[in-house]
Design a binder for this molecule. Structure first.
Ligand code: FES
Length: 114
């Protein structure tokens, strides 16, 4: 089951960095968004190798995000570690709905307990 969290009115309203990446915090965790052609993809923002922030990485011409620390590469489409070290990024579904851009997460919303 997915829970939908609104992250912006539209992808164009997100705080894009010059490297074509932006990070949004949802449910207490950073989620990385990057443009792949006309599409926008979302993956986990921390490198599974040694914890570097992928927001400081770069996108290459093959639609991969390159980690800034040891340069492992990950496909935005599926999180696959295309440089072959055996890691994987978590991928998330994005959906543009009538009232905004949403990210789908398996984590339910936090409920305030009084
Ligand atoms: S921390 Fe990303 S490749 Fe090592």
């Amino acid at each position: 089951m997915l829970y939908w969290y609104k992250i912006a009115e539209h992808a164009n309203a997100l705080p894009w960095q010059e490297n074509g990446i932006c990070v949004v915090q949802v449910r207490g965790k950073d989620r990385l968004l990057a443009k792949l052609g006309q599409e926008c993809k979302a993956v986990s923002a921390t490198c599974p190798h040694a914890g570097a922030s992928l927001a400081d990485g770069c996108l290459n011409a093959r639609g991969e995000i390159v980690c800034p620390l040891h340069h492992y590469r990950f496909r935005l489409q599926n999180g696959y570690n295309s440089s072959g070290e055996g890691y994987r990024l978590t991928t998330y579904i994005l959906e543009q709905k009538a009232d905004g851009l949403y990210i789908g997460l398996p984590e339910p919303p936090e409920i305030d307990i009084i």
